[in-house]
Design a protein around this ligand. Structure first.
Ligand SMILES: *[C@@H]1O[C@H](CO)[C@@H](O)[C@H](O)[C@H]1NC(C)=O
Ligand SMILES: [Zn+2]
Length: 306
């Protein structure tokens, strides 16, 4: 009996945030899973400026400072390193790619991109727009570059969120990533994509003037509230078959028993926060000065322009 009690006591130790790994709902629901699902995620995940959120377009406040971004180095073609992080598929970026403008307080350098998806075309995105979820959501994570304003943590990262919609047309720019998926089926494996650029994967930049902005968090533990979020209105469009390659080829576990899908954090309350939107499409804007300088801009020089 005493032994039994001891065993029970051991088994009953509350899941420690150090020992038990966090996971998505679909993994937590598996029989014999010992991971920590979204309602018990550790760190800052219970704070009140969390992501993702549902964006109610009618309540988003127009902000004329939300000008179009300048995407520096996004046209650079490279065989990017790609890996299965056990929670997502992540492409390592870095090296001379940054965003300028869009009312960000500094330049932000691109570090990595990753995706969230489902196998159903109406539930793979983390954010929703007027209650609608998309098939996938792509996040390009950017880190604040050196700037004079110090000490503030809430603007450490700028994440660009792109909705992905499925259709009947193959997206050639997305294909290198799709083809790499079968080479990173197991967690913690890596590969490279055939040469491509971020620009190839995104909608044309003239369609990226409309976006939403709010202050939020990482959507994975430890859910740090350090993210300036930008969610673009224009979705990336890929073929249904390209979309299905994700849930078909990538796995959460090394035994390849659980396909990676629904790697999506549930929606979080907006609370007291305000969502902003960039100018209405079609509205005439004065040409922002930096646009004139684009060809000469790099991420590293000319920070005095900020
Ligand atoms: C990629 O995988 C190889 C083989 O497992 C490993 O040696 C290497 O460190 C990995 N590279 C990265 C950047 O994770
Ligand atoms: Zn993400």
């Amino acid at each position: 009996m005493q032994l039994l009690l001891a065993v029970l006591a051991l088994a009953y130790v509350a899941p420690s945030t150090e020992d038990s790994h966090w996971c998505y709902e679909i993994q937590a629901k598996e029989p014999n899973s010992h991971c920590v699902g979204p309602d018990q995620w550790p760190g800052n995940c219970k704070e009140n400026q969390q992501s993702p959120i549902n964006i109610v377009t009618a309540k988003a406040k127009s902000n004329p400072r939300l000008t179009p971004f300048i995407f520096v180095g996004y046209d650079k073609k490279k065989q990017w390193q790609i890996k299965n992080t056990q929670h997502s598929v992540e492409m390592t970026l870095g090296g001379g790619m940054c965003i300028i403008g869009g009312d960000l307080p500094a330049r932000y350098e691109a570090i990595q991109l990753h995706l969230h998806w489902s196998e159903m075309s109406d539930k793979g995105s983390e954010h929703s727009i007027d209650g609608k979820h998309f098939a996938m959501e792509m996040h390009i994570v950017h880190k604040k570059m050196a700037s004079s304003s110090k000490g503030q943590d809430s603007d450490k990262l700028a994440v660009l969120g792109f909705m992905v919609e499925v259709g009947t047309k193959t997206n050639k720019g997305f294909q290198p990533l799709v083809e790499a998926l079968s080479r990173i089926s197991k967690p913690h494996t890596n590969s490279t994509v055939t040469e491509c650029s971020l620009q190839d994967m995104l909608p044309p930049s003239d369609k990226l003037h409309s976006y939403f902005r709010y202050q939020g968090s990482l959507t994975t533990p430890t859910c740090d509230e350090t993210v300036i979020w930008t969610v673009f209105k224009e979705p990336i469009k890929i073929h249904k078959d390209q979309f299905l390659e994700f849930s078909k080829n990538v796995y959460y576990d090394k035994d390849q028993k659980l396909n990676m899908k629904d790697n999506v954090r549930p929606l979080q309350p907006l609370g007291k926060r305000q969502v902003f939107k960039s100018h209405a499409p079609g509205q005439l804007l004065p040409l922002p000065l930096p646009t004139l300088l684009v060809p000469t801009l790099t991420c590293l020089v000319a920070s005095f322009l900020q």
